[in-house]
Design a protein around this ligand. Structure first.
Ligand code: NDP
Length: 332
């Protein structure tokens, strides 16, 4: 397979810590990086062994690249995505895809119409833990799934305490940052759609100007299943977990809402407790590998643009619910 040539839009932490290595591990080449700051972009290119840097999106898109990875702040994704589509580049876009549902729809439609591969970087569905839970549910090992509980409350490390907690125009706050991941992972594991959501938000001092740094809520799914979610930037010692409770058994995943290929899943049923077998592998590498293959016409991306749109719809509805104090039905 010919190596996929990439341009990075945004000289970012997530590209540096995860995605650059994942692209290279699957044989991709990173040709150019765009940053709004020439000196920072050049330093980033040097540190990450990227041959070119630029401050111009046009220049990046004119380089000899097949695909772009968009990981700027959330308010910039749509404009950069549309420019990439116009230039005929395949797109891996970070979550949340953008800030408004209509904009996400426009992004997905534009990529579809142009025949380009579009993926959303929802890495958590690539985790061995979540794949094993999805399989167990699909095989009927817990009977009919009726409840789920996601704990994705973490502590936002000091080096990430920037735009996420300070800058409302970027789509700051825990809902667009973390609840989107819960929404995607729930849809993936359960194999069904959320129809409504009810939520409350909290500000316990980390979020500036009232930006929410915690959220708890409940999503109602098509089958009637109820899923609780708890997301936060402020819990230093909480463990992450994902549970699904069915009529014939319960699944307990621990330490699974993370960037790392770790965690365990236990099935409890009438015969006792059984650890599910897990084939752990780097979550981002799995996503990039499928993206590379899709570009070569082999198979589908693991999380599509439509998946990104749906997780955004759920998180935006959760915020609307918190504001209106009502259960909100989710329109996709
Ligand atoms: P960063 O804070 O690292 O970068 C965001 C933007 O801030 C960049 O576009 C960059 O601008 C600018 N920036 C970065 N460093 C500096 C600096 N030292 N001084 C001034 N400006 C700076 O973002 P993250 O990597 O944390 O997140 C980026 C995107 O990725 C978001 O959409 C986020 O939601 C998503 N994300 C996804 C994860 C996942 O696992 N799927 C995990 C983490 C984030 P410029 O473009 O000019 O270089």
């Amino acid at each position: 397979m010919k190596a996929v040539r990439w341009g990075l839009i945004g000289a970012t932490n997530i590209a540096k810590t995860q995605v650059i290595a994942a692209i290279r591990a699957d044989g991709g080449e990173i040709v150019n990086v765009m940053s709004s700051d020439a000196a920072r972009g050049a330093a980033y290119a040097r540190e990450n062994h990227i041959p070119h840097s630029t401050t111009s999106l046009k220049a990046l898109l004119s380089s000899d690249i097949d695909a772009v990875y968009i990981s700027t702040t959330n308010n910039l994704h749509k404009r950069q995505h549309m420019a990439a589509v116009a230039a005929g580049k395949h797109i891996l876009c970070e979550k949340p895809l953008t800030l408004k549902l209509a904009d996400a729809r426009a992004m997905v439609d534009a990529a579809d119409k142009a025949g380009l591969v579009m993926a959303t970087n929802h890495h958590l569905r690539n985790a061995a833990t979540h794949g094993a839970m999805r399989d167990a549910i699909a095989k009927g090992r817990i009977g009919k799934a009726i409840f789920a509980r996601v704990c994705h409350a973490v502590y936002l490390p000091a080096h990430l305490q920037g735009w996420r907690i300070k800058d409302t125009k970027t789509g700051a706050g825990v809902a667009l940052d973390i609840t989107v991941h819960d929404a995607d992972t729930l849809r993936f594991v359960l194999g069904e759609e959320a129809v409504s959501v009810s939520a409350m938000v909290q500000n316990s001092g980390m979020g500036h100007s009232g930006i929410e740094d915690g959220i708890m809520g409940t999503m109602r799914f098509e089958s009637g299943l109820l899923a609780q979610f708890h997301d936060a930037y402020t819990t230093r010692y909480a463990r992450t977990s994902f549970e699904v409770h069915g009529t014939e058994g319960s699944l307990y995943a621990q330490d699974c809402m993370t960037q790392n290929p770790i965690g365990s899943v236990t099935l409890r049923d009438k015969d006792g407790e059984h650890a599910l077998e897990l084939a752990h592998e780097n979550l981002y590498l799995r996503g990039v590998r499928a993206f590379h293959k899709a570009i070569h016409g082999k198979g589908q991306v693991l999380a599509s643009g439509e998946d990104g749109l749906r997780s955004l719809a759920i998180a935006l509805s959760a915020l609307r619910s918190a504001k209106s104090h009502r259960e909100v039905s989710i329109q996709y």
